[in-house]
Design a protein around this ligand. Structure first.
Ligand code: SF4
Length: 163
C-alpha cells in the first residue's frame, strides 16, 4: 500500500528547529513501536513529505501555530508574521501527491500545525494543546485520506492489513 509519511518521522531534519522526530531513533518509542514502524516501512511504498518545506518555508524556521482554526485559517509565527499561505500551499501539495499517486493513508506527526491529526497547540505559544487538526491533516481527511499519527502505529498497521 502507498503511505504518505511526515519526513521528520523518517528522520529527515525538516522540523522548524532543524531537527527530526525519528521514530526509529527516538527514545520515546518502545521497541515494539519501532518494530511495527519498520514493518510498515518494509512492506509498503513510502512517500516522504514535509508540507511546510513543500510550501516554501525554510529549515530552520520560526515556530508557528494556528491562531484561527476555523475557516479562514490563520497561521502565525511566534513573531506574529502571517504564514498562512505557505501552510495552505503545503497542504494542497500533499493532497495533490495523494491524488496523483492514489495514496489513501498517511502517517503524520502529531500536534504539528500542518500534520497534527487530533491535537494542535492553541495559538498562544504557551504549550497548551487543544482538540484540532493541522492544515494538511485536515485537508487530507476532508478528501477521504485516512490520517494516523506516530502514537497510532498499531491502528495504522491494522488499517493497512485490512485494505
Ligand atoms: Fe514534520 Fe509535518 Fe512539521 Fe514537516 S510540517 S517538520 S513533516 S510535522
Amino acid at each position: 500500500m502507498k503511505v504518505l509519511v511526515s519526513s521528520c518521522l523518517l528522520g529527515e531534519d525538516v522540523r522548524y528547529d532543524g531537527n527530526n522526530s525519528s521514530i526509529t531513533m527516538g527514545s520515546s518509542f518502545t521497541f515494539s513501536q519501532k518494530e511495527i514502524f519498520m514493518d510498515i516501512l518494509c512492506d509498503n511504498e513510502i512517500y516522504s513529505f514535509c508540507p511546510e518545506v513543500s510550501g516554501g518555508l525554510g529549515v530552520p524556521r520560526v515556530k508557528s501555530e494556528i491562531v484561527s482554526a476555523n475557516k479562514p485559517f490563520k497561521v502565525e509565527t511566534i513573531e506574529e508574521k502571517d504564514v498562512t499561505i505557505p501552510f495552505l500551499i503545503g497542504a494542497k501539495n500533499a493532497l495533490d501527491i495523494c491524488k496523483e499517486e492514489d495514496i489513501k493513508v498517511a502517517l503524520l506527526k502529531s500536534k504539528s500545525p500542518s500534520c497534527g491529526n487530533i491535537e494542535i497547540y492553541d495559538g498562544t505559544f504557551s504549550n497548551n494543546l487543544i482538540e484540532g487538526q493541522g492544515l494538511t491533516a485536515r485537508l487530507l481527511e476532508e478528501n477521504g485520506i485516512k490520517v494516523f499519527n506516530e502514537t497510532q502505529l498499531e491502528s495504522l498497521n491494522q488499517f493497512i492489513q485490512s485494505n
